[in-house]
Design a protein around this ligand. Structure first.
Ligand SMILES: C[S@@+](CC[C@H](N)C(=O)[O-])C[C@H]1O[C@@H](n2cnc3c(N)ncnc32)[C@H](O)[C@@H]1O
Length: 282
């Protein structure tokens, strides 16, 4: 509902509001202060049953229920697909609303394709891909619990789990295995901005892109995403130019009008590439 992080309303750049009926999820990256909370609550219509405030500026990003009760099960619903949400485990809730454009692209282009979903998290891309008729999706994430949520997300949508697999591995120790189960018609790459030793963008993007031809089918395609306050579209495009020059940029996308950005290089960027190299590396 509101994407203050984009900086288009500078005095509210610390605030994000997501609507998962019947729950309103307010995320604040600074202390909003009591008067603002009171004012916000007075403006939120009565049919909003529950209001949850998450303080992303504090350690452990605590959540406070400002109104109502937390429903036992909460789902994000997008294009007729359901995704389970959790508000008790992590700073993220299991679903990234701004990635809608990416899930739609994948769904539109998935039919009959073998897809590798790297950094799969709760398998949002995989759910969209199976809904779009993908023949197979391999999901890889080093966090086993998140992949379990991903399995549940497929069940929630009545999907045939035989068309999906779930590998809980560190990507950078798994290229041999992926190469054996490849090649893939489409590889989705949506890593974290930065995550300890597991993902450091300046070190790991080149590593990954240099190994990618081993995993791609002839004319294989790549959907790559960047979404970080520190890295932008330019960073991602440069990574491909330097480390995978055989990939041609086909199209690029942002998160769209619901997620306005003050700096056009920042926010979510999705780049779609086709790899010219017809031969997999020996
Ligand atoms: C930004 S989330 C991905 C979001 C997801 N693509 C989506 O659309 O919902 C990043 C994920 O990368 C995973 N991850 C980070 N480093 C990794 C690594 N070296 N190998 C495998 N997974 C990794 C994390 O566990 C996390 O689930």
């Amino acid at each position: 509902m509101f994407h203050g992080r984009g900086g288009c309303t500078p005095s509210w750049r610390h605030l994000v509001v997501d609507w998962y009926p019947p729950l309103l999820h307010i995320i604040s990256y600074a202390d909003p202060g009591e008067p603002v909370i009171r004012e916000l609550l007075s403006q939120i219509p009565g049919h909003v049953e529950a209001v949850l405030l998450q303080r992303r500026d504090l350690a452990d990003t605590p959540m406070t229920l400002l109104r109502g009760e937390l429903p036992q099960e909460i789902f994000a619903v997008e294009d007729g697909l359901r995704y389970a949400l959790f508000f008790d485990r992590d700073r993220n809730v299991g679903f990234f609303p701004d990635m809608r454009v990416g899930r739609r692209l994948v769904r539109e282009r998935a039919a009959e394709r073998r897809i590798l979903n790297l950094f799969a998290y709760t398998c949002g891309f995989s759910v969209a891909a199976i809904a779009g008729g993908a023949s197979q999706v391999v999901n890889l994430d080093m966090n086993r619990n998140l992949l379990q949520v991903g399995r549940d997300n497929h069940r929630l949508n009545g999907h045939d789990l035989r068309r999906c697999s779930f590998l809980s591995h560190d990507l950078f120790k798994s290229f041999g295995k992926l190469r054996r189960i490849g090649p893939f018609d489409l590889v989705i790459i949506d890593p974290p901005g930065e995550q300890g030793e597991s993902f450091q963008p300046h070190r790991h993007w080149p590593k990954l892109l240099q190994r990618l031809p081993e995993l791609l089918a002839p004319e294989g395609e790549i959907l790559a995403a960047v979404s970080s306050p520190h890295l932008g579209r330019r960073f991602l495009a440069n990574q491909f130019e330097t480390s995978l020059p055989t990939a041609d940029l086909v199209e690029s996308y942002t998160a769209g009008d619901d997620f306005p950005e003050n700096d056009p290089d920042k926010g979510l960027h999705l780049l779609w590439f086709r790899n010219r190299n017809r031969n997999r590396n020996p």
